[in-house]
Design a protein. Structure first.
Length: 634
């Protein structure tokens, strides 16, 4: 048998194993498999929305720690098994966390009852649904067109089933994490990769099961970083170019530390400095790829968006708060007239105010920047603020400092050091424009969370090297263990190409070429409303009596729904109070589609998959999302 036949056979075996892993994860989601209570994986704002039992360490970290150890075991497998076992650990962990959410009926800021999208997450579902119905993005969706486009691709692939769509979001994110971990293992060792997975999981579990833009940002951020690490290691121009496209796409979907991009160009020039003119050629390729990705974002905006939309329209509001000693709400407090303006005019007005204030008093820019740097470095809103344990948060911060020192030490000899250092400088330069106090536990830095994870992992590797050198019991060069390549550029590039097609091409085809879904129709007349909507599997939630066997979507018991509002009940108390009035009547909630309603509440009934129903009721005005309530309910 030839080498090519052996390679094809190994590829087919890996493909078969991947299919089995996905089927296993589907089984976990369908059956609602659960871990013991002490090993809960899910993180909720308010942290005890699911259970009051267990301390902070047991209730918040035991599960992620266990799966990080499992990831270390998977990454220690022989090379031919490493990709499959790593993917298995990551996807099984995600599936168990998602089953935990669906089996708890808990509410967060972005998810209500374990399924219903809320706040920004609902807006992205609405924008995605509009594209599947043959409509353009709204003015709100046009400010971040890639996020709505990505959601449209997931909804189309799932046939409009929201539960399947959020499962696909987790699948793609898990695959990108697995590829990054394998690459990290190759360059920093298995322990470093396991720590990186721990950090990634702690951040992403907050968004697992929701449709927030962080899923898109961290997915392409992890994939782009893996490609760049691989490209710097192999000195491959194509990998660097494709990684640059993924990174720019991630920032366009979830804006954050944009200054990482020019710093990346400097890292390329430094890394290829010994190859003469090739350093400039590779840098030029990276710049061209960044420009292509930026223009593609503008193209999606022009093709799918509305003329009234403005890209990154909230940047001026954030800058106003930075220079004047507040947060993003300060501009609205001091200039309430901004709230009455359309989004496009509001953005222009905010930029003008910032420019005029800085022109009159240039020191505002420096004082704002120093405040942002100090807040981040003093860890009041630091890079690991989402870790639910202060001692562990400080330990990760210490490892990150060691990782940066390790990169400085190896900047002349290691392929990854200049990349890590330049990206870190880019994050620091971005802090005044995306201050950590506005980031809501680092949400604004979702794209660069993989970088923070890698830096912490490399710090652990450096610590092992120092201890080994001191005690003469470990190898001095623990970071350069001569590991054989664990992943191929072909696999990384194939994954990146597939994901980019889902981000750019598929949404355009969904909007203009494929068959459209039947749109919901809402008519309001004199205090009454009529709604016609298609009910699809995975798009509804039923409140059932406590006599039911258990909570698992689509059925949520009354007590579970009412007792597990968590932080949602504090932040959106008007919505929560209204829901408390409705729940005793055992209503059924339907995903609002493109209606721009917060919730659609109807009486319990038997519905067939794909059934289109006509409803009569009223629309009640509630903060951040009106309720359509069918006649017969309060």
């Amino acid at each position: 048998m030839s080498f090519r036949d052996l390679k094809r056979q190994a590829w087919l075996l890996e493909l078969g194993a991947g299919v089995i892993i996905i089927l296993g994860c589907v089984s976990i989601l369908r059956m609602g498999a659960k871990l013991p209570e002490a090993f809960r994986l899910l993180s909720l704002p308010g942290r005890n929305a699911l259970t009051e039992a267990g301390g902070t360490l047991v209730g918040g970290l035991a599960g992620p720690l266990a799966f990080s150890m499992a990831a270390f075991g998977a990454l220690s497998c022989p090379q031919r098994l490493r990709r499959v076992t790593t993917l298995c650990v990551v996807l099984v962990g995600f599936s168990l966390a998602l089953a935990e959410l669906w089996g708890g009926g808990a509410s967060t800021v972005s998810v209500v009852g374990g399924l219903l999208p809320n706040s920004d997450a609902r807006d992205y579902v609405i924008e995605g649904a509009r594209l599947t119905e043959g409509k353009d993005l709204t003015q709100l969706g046009s400010s971040r067109p890639l996020t709505g486009a990505y959601m449209a691709a997931m909804l189309w692939l799932s046939g409009g089933n929201l539960q399947v769509a959020v499962s696909l979001l987790g699948l793609f994110t898990g695959a990108s994490f697995a590829l990054l971990l394998i690459q990290s293992r190759r360059q920093f060792g298995g322990g470093a990769a396991a720590i990186a997975f721990f950090v990634l999981f702690l951040f992403y579990r907050r968004f697992l099961g929701s449709t927030a833009c962080e899923s898109c940002g961290i997915t392409f951020g992890a994939l782009g970083l893996a490609l760049l690490l691989d490209g710097f290691e192999r000195r491959g121009t194509l990998e660097v170019g494709l990684g640059s496209i993924c990174l720019v796409s991630a920032f366009n979907a979830r804006p954050g530390a944009f200054f990482v991009l020019p710093c990346l160009v400097l890292a390329i020039i430094w890394h290829w400095r010994g190859d003469g003119w090739r350093s400039l050629r590779v840098a030029a390729v990276a710049v061209c790829c960044m420009a292509i990705a930026a223009e593609a974002n503008v193209g999606v905006f022009r093709v799918l968006g509305t003329k009234e939309g403005v890209l990154f329209s909230n940047l001026g509001i954030v800058l106003y708060g930075t220079i004047h000693g507040g947060n993003w709400t300060l501009a609205y407090e001091q200039h309430p007239e901004l709230l009455k303006m359309p989004e496009g005019r509001r953005a222009v007005a905010a930029y003008k105010m910032v420019w005029e204030d800085v022109r009159k008093e240039p020191s505002l820019a420096w004082t704002g920047a120093i405040r942002a740097w100090g807040d981040f470095s003093m860890n009041r809103h630091g890079p690991f603020s989402y870790v639910p344990n202060q001692a562990l948060e400080r330990a990760l911060l210490f490892l990150a400092v060691l990782g940066i020192a390790f990169a400085i030490h190896g900047v002349r000899g290691r392929s990854d050091s200049c990349l890590v250092l330049c990206a870190t400088v880019g994050v620091a330069m971005s802090l005044p424009f995306a201050p950590a106090w506005d980031s809501d536990n680092m949400r604004a830095y979702a794209v660069t969370i993989p970088l923070f994870a890698i830096v912490s992992g490399s710090g652990a590797t450096a610590l092992c090297a120092v201890i080994g050198r001191f005690w003469h019991s470990l190898r001095p060069q623990a970071a350069t263990m001569g590991l054989t390549p664990a992943t191929s550029s072909g696999l990384l590039m194939s994954m990146a190409a597939t994901m980019l097609l889902c981000l750019y091409l598929l949404p355009v085809l969904v909007r203009f070429a494929f068959a459209h879904q039947d749109p919901p129709v809402l008519r309001r007349t004199d205090g009454h409303a009529e709604l016609t909507i298609t009910i699809k599997p995975g798009n509804l939630l039923r409140i059932v009596p406590d006599t039911a066997a258990r909570t698992y979507l689509p059925d949520v018991r009354q007590s579970d729904f009412l007792q597990r509002f968590g932080y949602y009940g504090i932040m959106w108390h008007e919505q929560a109070d209204y829901l408390r009035r409705l729940v005793p009547h055992n209503p059924m909630f339907i995903i609002p589609g493109s209606t721009r309603l917060g919730f659609i509440v109807v009486r319990q009934r038997e519905v067939s998959p794909g059934e289109r129903i006509h409803l009569r009721g009223q629309v009640h005005n509630v903060v951040d999302g009106d309720f359509f309530v069918e006649d017969g309910l309060p």
